[in-house]
Design a protein around this ligand. Structure first.
Ligand SMILES: C[S@@+](CC[C@H](N)C(=O)[O-])C[C@H]1O[C@@H](n2cnc3c(N)ncnc32)[C@H](O)[C@@H]1O
Length: 266
């Protein structure tokens, strides 16, 4: 897939797309991915800016006192939920490549009253500004598929985990061959579809990145109507997909899943 666009081009278009999102508009999808009780624990603005594809914190089995890294923290919904679970003796580090997203997460943890255990740093998941082995758990929600250098991003996630540390990530996989017009659409990349790996390739990349005990769970099909809920999809790309994809493919364009793995103990 990446051979249809250059890595720098992909990186720039993802950066531009996320910088330009005009308003949050994440509430409709958040209502499907999180329970009302979970959403009640999060400031309104973080729910509006929720742009994830799953609910990794629910599956991460976080314990009091643990150190969590949230890759691509965006508006901060998962950083806040993780911070509540690890409690005042734990720590959550949100990382996002965009300073505007970091500011949103900082505002969210402040409003939620969990800033005492949170730090938000600007940085790229392919080159994390964090020391080796600093985290018990890495979570992430709809971010790995955005990377033009996924093996590098996964190797970085493994590097910051302590040996035996947990990787619990929500992401989209795509197992069908999408038409080249969709694969080369900037909006489809930014919307987490064009850059998504197949489940098999994702597994192989995880195994080569120093992660083991890989399990993929909680598969939820995403239809064209589902992806249309994300503010990143333009009318043009939705129309393109309606026109080019057969009906059965439109019913399941991508699959949202939870990827569990552990950092190898060596
Ligand atoms: C689909 S949004 C998900 C945001 C958040 N995880 C959530 O669930 O609402 C993707 C986020 O990842 C960030 N991002 C994309 N590529 C990144 C990269 N290479 N390194 C760090 N952050 C990145 C974007 O700025 C954006 O905030």
């Amino acid at each position: 897939m990446t051979d249809l666009m250059f890595q720098d081009q992909i990186h720039d278009l993802v950066r531009t797309a996320y910088r330009r999102i005009p308003s949050g508009a994440g509430r409709a999808m958040a209502a499907r991915l999180y329970t009302e009780d979970e959403l009640a624990l999060v400031p309104e603005a973080a729910v509006d800016w929720s742009l994830g594809v799953g609910n990794p914190v629910r599956h991460a089995g976080l314990a009091r006192g643990e150190v969590v890294v949230d890759l691509g923290c965006g508006g901060g919904i998962d950083t806040v939920l993780a911070a509540r679970q690890v409690g005042p003796t734990g720590r959550v580090v949100g990382v996002d490549m965009l300073e505007t997203m970091c500011e949103r997460t900082r505002a969210a943890v402040e409003e939620a009253g969990v800033a005492d255990r949170c730090e938000v740093v600007q940085g790229e998941m392919e080159d994390l500004p964090l020391p080796d082995g600093c985290a018990d758990v890495v979570v992430s929600n709809g971010v790995v598929n955005l990377s033009p250098r996924k093996s590098r991003a996964l190797t970085e996630a493994a590097r910051v985990l302590r040996p035996g540390g947990r990787f619990c990530v929500s992401d989209l996989t795509v197992d069908q061959e999408l038409p080249p017009e969709v694969l080369s659409s900037g909006a489809a990349w930014a919307g987490c579809v064009a850059g998504a790996l197949s489940e098999d390739v994702f597994r192989r990349k995880l195994a080569r990145s120093g992660l083991e005990d890989v399990q993929m769970a909680q598969r939820i099909p995403f239809s064209l109507d589902d992806v249309a809920l994300y503010p990143l999809f333009t009318t043009e790309v939705l129309e393109l997909m309606r026109r080019l994809l057969p009906e059965d493919a439109r019913d399941e364009i991508a699959t949202s899943l939870i990827v569990h793995a552990r950092r190898r103990r060596d």
